[in-house]
Design a protein around this ligand. Structure first.
Ligand SMILES: C[S@@+](CC[C@H](N)C(=O)[O-])C[C@H]1O[C@@H](n2cnc3c(N)ncnc32)[C@H](O)[C@@H]1O
Ligand code: SF4
Length: 451
């Protein structure tokens, strides 16, 4: 039965960190004035209460992991650090001019690329310069992505001093054969030591990124990885489905597709990992995320306060996210804006005193209804099929949802849709029912497969 469902639903669908998803934002012709207006409206709404979120993209990495689908720049030249920081601050100052008031910062996430590529000293300088013009929310959550290969005690100490209490280590897989083909060697001892140091310093939420579906992965390699997880018990695990998008990322052409596990075997790797995680008392948050029950992510899921944006699932819901740095995306609830993807373009715009935007998208009323619907599905596991939704999709209850209910993925009672445990496996597919842009356009092949 599960095999049949996997065959049917393993099709390209988005991960829904936004609606509409990025490929539907139209031409590279940013409407900067509308973006500024919508940003300002959201800022006024959010600043007196929950505060705002900042995402900083630090794109540099010392070596290429062949599976990586992120926006990165491979270099061993560390002189790039200071210049990049100067431009991040230039960009931030442009935003401060628009919002005019002192912002209250609730969340900062340093992503990449590899934030730990930067020296501890430079990271301190970056955070000091960033926060010079702000207040920090009493319940702030500052987090960063750390590569075990180049993260030191000093990195962890420096950022902790600046208010960071969450760290995400890119672990992926502990098996040496897998590590060799993905060009990312890091030992179990290295990861255990760093985790212990982070805990000793005071980090209260440690995440490990793992990936299933990597080249050369076997059940025995995954078993070993989960044995190590059971020793360390990080607070959160992102157990990602390997996204194979070789048309977008050249590194993925460096290994043969024959080395990739089949769809069915990939699913087994997921099922195995999930079983181990549930046995270890992790809770399934959705879309590849698991957390221990004393972590805030679980509490947010329980209280139906989970939030999902470009940073993935998180526990605090701010309506304004400003993304700084190359390729970053900002989200003001009613509008999105995407930055230039190369440092050349990014630096040039900022040298001209302009926001480095390459495109924007203003959500209309229909988009806003569907954005909320998809968020309810992915974050709350439920959705009220109210008039607004049925007006957009008049046949919904007699067509698309019928099959899914029969297959046991959802339940519908009194026009209230809930997702079953089996449905959690196909969350992306269920959400895609409400993705009008995808349905109207037939261009799903821009995305990775759902399983
Ligand atoms: C942008 S990376 C930043 C982390 C940091 N640079 C590191 O490598 O440790 C964030 C995470 O994205 C995930 N990731 C990257 N490429 C992926 C792919 N093709 N499929 C699934 N997950 C991927 C990895 O788990 C990685 O840890
Ligand atoms: S996985 Fe991390 S370190 Fe590796 S290339 Fe991607 S961003 Fe860089």
């Amino acid at each position: 039965m599960l095999e049949k469902l996997i065959k049917k639903y393993n099709i390209p669908v988005p991960r829904y960190t936004s609606y509409p998803t990025v490929p539907y934002w139209g031409e590279y012709n940013p409407d900067v004035e509308s973006w500024k207006n919508r940003l300002k409206d959201s800022f006024i709404k959010s600043n007196n209460s929950e505060g705002i979120s900042l995402y900083l993209h630090l794109p540099f990495c010392e070596s290429l992991c062949t599976y990586c689908a992120c926006n990165k720049i491979i270099t061993r030249n560390h002189h790039v650090e200071e210049r990049y920081i100067d431009y991040l601050i230039k960009e931030w100052l442009l935003y401060l001019e628009i919002i005019e008031e002192k912002p209250i910062i609730r969340q900062i996430h340093l992503g990449g690329g590899t934030p730990s590529f930067f020296s501890p000293k430079n990271l301190e300088i970056l955070i000091d310069r960033l926060l010079e013009y702000c207040e920090v929310h009493a319940e702030h959550e500052f987090s960063f992505e750390a590569h075990p290969g180049n993260t030191t005690r000093e990195h962890l100490e420096s950022l902790y001093k600046k208010g960071f209490t969450r760290v995400s280590f890119g672990v992926q897989d502990f098996d040496i054969e897998v590590q060799q083909i993905i060009n990312r060697i890091q030992t179990k001892e290295q990861v255990i030591e760093l985790t212990e140091i982070a805990r000793e310093i005071g980090y209260d939420s440690i995440n490990f990124d793992l990936i299933y579906g990597l080249p050369k992965q076997k059940l025995s390699s995954i078993e070993q990885t989960f044995d190590i997880i059971s020793e360390i018990k990080p607070d959160r695990i992102a157990y990602y489905s390997y996204a194979h998008v070789p048309w977008k990322t050249k590194g993925q052409r460096l290994f043969s597709e024959e080395d990739l596990p089949s769809n069915i075997f990939k699913r087994e790797l997921y099922e195995y990992g999930k079983k181990r995680l549930l046995e270890l008392s992790y809770s399934d948050i959705g879309m590849d995320h698991f957390s221990l029950k004393d972590d805030k992510l679980y509490e947010s899921q329980l209280n139906k306060k989970l939030h999902r944006n470009f940073m993935g699932y998180n526990s605090s819901n701010t309506i304004l996210l400003i993304g700084l740095g190359v390729s970053s995306i900002s989200d003001s609830l009613t509008a999105y804006a995407q930055n230039a993807k190369t440092t050349k373009e990014y630096y040039e715009s900022l040298d001209n005193g302009k926001l480095p935007l390459i495109r924007t998208y203003m959500l209309d009323e229909e988009d806003q209804v569907l954005r909320q619907a998809i968020k309810d599905i992915t974050c709350k596991r439920e959705l009220n099929l109210d008039e607004k939704i049925l007006h957009i999709f008049p046949d919904l209850l007699s067509t698309d949802l019928v099959d899914m209910e029969r297959e046991g993925l959802i339940k519908i009672e009194n026009k209230r849709l809930t997702i079953t445990d089996l449905g959690m496996v196909f969350l992306r597919n269920i959400a895609s029912i409400f993705d009008k842009k995808l349905r109207d356009s037939n261009t799903g092949d821009k995305f990775s497969k759902s399983i």
